[in-house]
Design a protein around this ligand. Structure first.
Ligand SMILES: [Zn+2]
Length: 167
């Protein structure tokens, strides 16, 4: 067809799909292209329209999705320090309403005496720090525990991050 330039999309990549070649459109009224997923090598045929509209982002195969999920988990894992996500330690959690202090709960003895129970959670484990008559004593116990449990991890995370930036 002279004068009418056919648009060439061979070798172009749409999302994870690389266009390999034009194929026989069969009963379709539009040009069809064979594409291959650059992640998992799944081959699929898409119409020119779908590709050019930016509607194709990946092969959508379950194996590929699983693989991408695994990769994203791996990159998350690389931020871990001793299996713990440092961001979980600094992330603001809802403060305990009874005392207004994170890591300090109110507990009552059998006789009904009010006591303050200090605890710290790390890596899904909760460490009990003891029961105290005095709120300040409970807070102090919690602060000591933060220095003992959280601080080394936050320090390591800082180093890890600095090292990553150098690489
Ligand atoms: Zn794929």
């Amino acid at each position: 067809m002279p004068g009418k330039k056919r648009i060439d999309i061979i070798d172009q990549q749409f999302g994870t799909m690389l266009v390999l070649k034009e194929v026989d459109p069969g009963s379709n009224y539009t040009r069809m292209f064979l594409c291959r997923c650059v992640l998992c090598e799944t081959e699929r045929v898409y119409s020119m329209n779908l590709l050019r509209k930016g509607r194709i982002t990946s092969c959508k195969s379950s194996a590929c999705r699983k693989d991408r999920y695994k990769k994203s988990q791996e990159s998350l894992d690389s931020n871990r320090v001793d299996g713990i996500m440092p961001s979980a330690l600094i992330r603001k959690t809802r403060e305990n309403t009874a005392t207004g202090v994170k890591g300090v709960n109110v507990a009552y003895t059998k006789k009904g005496t009010k006591r303050y129970r200090a605890f710290i959670s790390i890596g899904g484990k909760t460490h009990r720090l003891g029961n105290f008559d005095d709120l300040d004593a409970a807070i102090l116990a919690r602060e000591k525990a933060e220095a003992e449990y959280h601080q080394p991890i936050l320090e390591k995370a800082k180093l890890q991050k600095a090292r990553k930036e150098i690489e």
